[in-house]
Design a protein around this ligand. Structure first.
Ligand SMILES: *Cc1c(COP(=O)(O)O)cnc(C)c1O
Length: 222
């Protein structure tokens, strides 16, 4: 199947409340342009330099999402244009994003990444660390970032009930914060749960995902 067909097929199954991030990491610009010409405007990349090169070369009405692990010293390269950073997992990183956003006269949207998998290799905060960030004065004083929700990655497994348990866990943390009065005061923009990839996005949506990150099912294997 072509990229256009894949994209339109996936979009036809998504409710209008679910945002599709087309994960284009490692793929060449002509592949991204095919998706663009089919109407896709949100692309996800996991390397800052690769994303910056694509941003420079491609139409300017695209939203660029950073979905990979972010190194603090590279934030400056995406601060002028990035629309959403999915994998924020420390206060130190948030401070750097805030600093670089300020330099660019911007407010940058971020998702806090929660560790939900049973895999040592995945990044993310636990619930306590999340609450520590949200209630810290440092966080509350940052004016150039906006936390719009949470992101998580399930364990890489065929065990559907395991994945479901992990997605449900993320959704419950999101809901708890949505209904809590203290931490959420500053987080009036709490709206996004980024979970679900090619292999598990339908399940993720059943569990409450509002944003899916789909790569190989659109662009083919990497
Ligand atoms: C690569 C990647 C995806 C997309 O994975 P596919 O299985 O190709 O859909 C989604 N999220 C993150 C964080 C990724 O790194």
């Amino acid at each position: 199947m072509s990229i256009t067909k894949n994209l339109l097929q996936i979009k036809s199954t998504l409710l209008s409340t679910v945002t599709l991030v087309a994960v284009s990491k490692t793929k060449p610009i002509p592949d991204l342009m095919e998706a663009y010409d089919a109407g896709q405007r949100i692309f996800g990349e996991n390397k800052i330099q690769e994303m910056a090169e694509k941003w420079e070369a491609m139409p300017k009405d695209i939203e660029w999402h950073m979905i990979g692990h972010v190194q603090t010293n590279k934030v400056k390269f995406m601060a002028p244009f990035v629309n959403l950073i999915h994998g924020v997992d420390s206060l130190k990183l948030l401070e750097e994003i805030n600093k670089q956003a300020k330099k660019n006269n911007r407010i940058i949207d971020c998702l806090l990444q929660i560790y939900i998998a049973e895999e040592e290799t995945k990044f993310g905060l636990d619930e306590q660390e999340l609450n520590e960030i949200l209630t810290s004065t440092t966080f509350q004083e940052m004016k150039n970032i906006r936390i719009v929700g949470l992101m998580g990655m399930a364990t890489f497994t065929d065990n559907q009930s395991q994945i479901k348990k992990e997605f449900t866990h993320l959704k419950s943390i999101f809901d708890k914060l949505l209904h809590s009065t203290d931490a959420i005061n500053r987080v009036s923009t709490w709206q996004t749960i980024s979970m679900g990839m090619s292999g598990d996005y339908q399940l993720a949506i059943e569990c409450g995902s509002t944003m899916v990150r789909i790569g190989s099912s659109i662009f083919g294997g990497r």
